[in-house]
Design a protein around this ligand. Structure first.
Ligand code: NAD
Length: 290
């Protein structure tokens, strides 16, 4: 089976590599040439456009930054929709607005093309290990056809509902992660100013109730001042904006999300949009005069 893979960034490149390792034939495309060359070196074929990739593939995976990028690659000029035949399955693994997933799926359905929204959690380390968590929206029958493929990149793949449900689940995930990083940052800066080394705090509390996957992943980075992404602040701003839009459209107040969004916006203004989201602690350090 030939799989198309569009978007070979921090996440897409290792995910595509895992599909090659699992024995799939891959046709890949990115607007940047370097990662395409790396994947070709590893055994993939280079496509010349999303249309070209789709024309050669039964399943097309997209792993792009946000809704406009996915719309451009799938529905735009020389997009997937122009090359895919009826029965092709598009699996968008990017984190985008749930409404955009539904719009793209509707346009594809008019041509007999199926779509799942299947964003992931786990970050670059789990993308490399092939142990991501995938949250999926779409039809059960389509999910059943791609589940084995997803499990070559992930430790779990859960169908959460109809199209868009994967991205609603991802928004919930991103709210929890952002608020956890903010809580960790607030606590570490408090400890520092109160005279206790935050490294000791981490050591002492990680096995207790405050311990978490977020704490284990981000504290070691934050404690060494390493803000190399990972997951860039600008991408988390994108996810929280999608969360706020969805919350406002559904009439749900999300006061904590709004507040953390402002912290991230302040860091962006400070030129830190490209830092890992663990760099959120820099907002607190500045407030506290550290
Ligand atoms: P990235 O910016 O590193 O990669 C995106 C890639 O898409 C780049 O290589 C870019 O050149 C390419 N691209 C952009 N527009 C394109 C187009 N029209 N056609 C073809 N290629 C195009 O981003 P990433 O960190 O890999 O994230 C991808 C998605 O996964 C995002 O939605 C992000 O929110 C989500 N995500 C990221 C992480 C993480 O830790 N980095 C974790 C979970 C989910």
């Amino acid at each position: 089976m030939t799989i198309g893979f569009i978007g070979l960034g921090i996440m897409g490149k290792p995910m595509a590599r895992n599909l090659l390792k699992a024995g799939y034939s891959l046709v890949v495309y990115d607007v940047v040439a370097a990662p395409v060359a790396e994947l070709v070196e590893a055994g993939a074929k280079a496509g010349t456009s999303p249309k070209d990739v789709a024309a050669q593939s039964e399943i097309v995976i997209t792993m792009l930054p946000n809704s406009p990028h996915v719309k451009a690659a799938v529905l735009g000029e020389n997009g997937v929709i122009e090359g895919a035949g009826p029965g092709t399955i598009v699996v968008d693994m990017s984190s985008i607005a749930p409404l955009a997933s539904r719009e793209i799926a509707e346009a594809l359905a008019a041509k007999g093309i199926e779509m799942l929204d299947a964003p992931v959690s786990g970050g670059e380390p789990k993308a490399i290990d092939g142990t991501l968590s995938v949250m999926v929206g779409g039809k059960q029958a389509v999910f059943d056809k791609v589940k084995d493929l997803l499990l070559k990149m992930a430790a779990s793949a859960v169908l959460c509902g109809d199209i868009g449900a994967g991205n609603v689940t991802k928004l919930a995930n991103q709210v929890i992660v952002a608020l956890n990083i903010a809580a960790m940052s607030e606590a570490f800066v408090l400890a520092t100013k109160a005279g206790v080394d935050p490294e000791k705090v981490f050591d002492a509390i990680k096995g207790g109730l405050a311990g978490s996957t977020v704490l284990n992943a981000k504290a070691p980075m934050v404690l060494t001042g390493n803000y190399k992404p990972g997951f860039r602040i600008e991408l988390h701003i994108k996810d929280l904006q999608n969360a706020l839009d969805t919350a406002h459209a559904t009439g749900v107040p999300v006061p904590l999300t709004s507040q953390v969004m402002e912290f991230l916006q302040a860091l962006k203004v400070d030129g830190k949009a490209g830092d890992d989201h663990g760099g959120l602690i820099q907002f607190y350090e500045k407030l506290a005069g550290i």
